[in-house]
Design a protein around this ligand. Sequence first.
Ligand code: NIG
Length: 403
Amino acid sequence: MSLLITNIAELTTQDLDQRVLHRAAIVLDGERIAWLGPARDAPAADAMFDAGNRAALPGWVDSHTHLVFAGDRSAEFEARMAGQPYQAGGIAETVRATREADDDELRRLLAARIAEAVAGGTTCLETKTGYGLDVGQEARSARLAAEQVDQVTFLGAHLVPVDMDPDEYVDLVCGPMLRAVRDRVQWLDVFCEQGAFSPEQSRRVLQAGKAAGLGLRVHGNQLGPGAGVQLAVEFGAASVDHVNYLDDRDVKALVGSWSGWDAATGTGRPGTVATCLPACDLSTRQPFPPARQLLDAGVPLALASNCNPGTSYTSSMGFCVATAVLQMGLSVMEAVRAATYGGALALGLDTGQDQDGLRAVGSLQVGHRADLQLLAAPSAAHLAYRPGMPLTSAVWRRGEQVI
Ligand code: NIG
């Protein structure tokens, strides 16, 4: 079954040439994109959708979320807004509530959060474990996440449980816990930060993930300067996330990681994407990352929601894009690129095919997954021009209209 979506005022492709087409059309054939170009040249299809002169762009690729959790931490948020600092220890409260929830409750909560994300234009989601913190609970989080999201990350190294010796806990993460989740996850992540995991402990966790054949990601340089970025680059992590406190060495390391990559053709050995989480920065009152400096230096950026109950309880990628434009010095197209192609790059989903032949997301190109959104606006600029407005008009995921 093919679908022609025509009468598109502005079609932002985020392909390698970053083409923006006007008076455009796109044809979806089953789960993939079959054609795109000027509306006047569009081929016939089984069905037609009139976009009514609205703007179309790739669905958001949210490459950093923590959606498997129960409980509420609004009191912690309120106290923070009244002057308390954010401390990693708040994670323990969510661990307690998550352990108490049964599978069906966690499934329901996860599905509701995904539905909210999709309603805002997100069509590809990564989520992490990390609110279980024992072997059985982490394995359960990985299993439930794998039922519902595109990519799952093992974050057993999120916080050392209060009743455990830190080094014994790292042994557990690197051994039995990793073995228990291995078949359900694509990635391993570690929270390398004071109050969470030290550089040496983080190194052990990353070594174990690498030995298990998982892709690597790092939470780094969120609450202060630290070793996160350096470790991420040293281990060839696909992404280092937060990146609020960077020094020149960190920026240099990130730039150097992309030396084997040809951005013009999207080929070669990808480096470490810097993933910025602006909603989290607002909600923790941290300085924004030096996104402009990183982009100007040639480091690919991703923008992600970091939806979680502690530091960023929103999955609105439109809000992240608006904040990146209004507060972080990115142009609209740079922010949209980071929230689509950048997310795909951070997840290794920018190109290639999986067993279904449908791996590539984050840009509108023939053969890619038919994931796109239509805005209730004539151009993508409205995302930042009208911040906070409900601009998602229609969403297709794998060719199916879901909004
Ligand atoms: O990405 N930094 C570590 N993890 C989350 C926060 C988790 C929480 O506070 O519950 C983050 O911000």
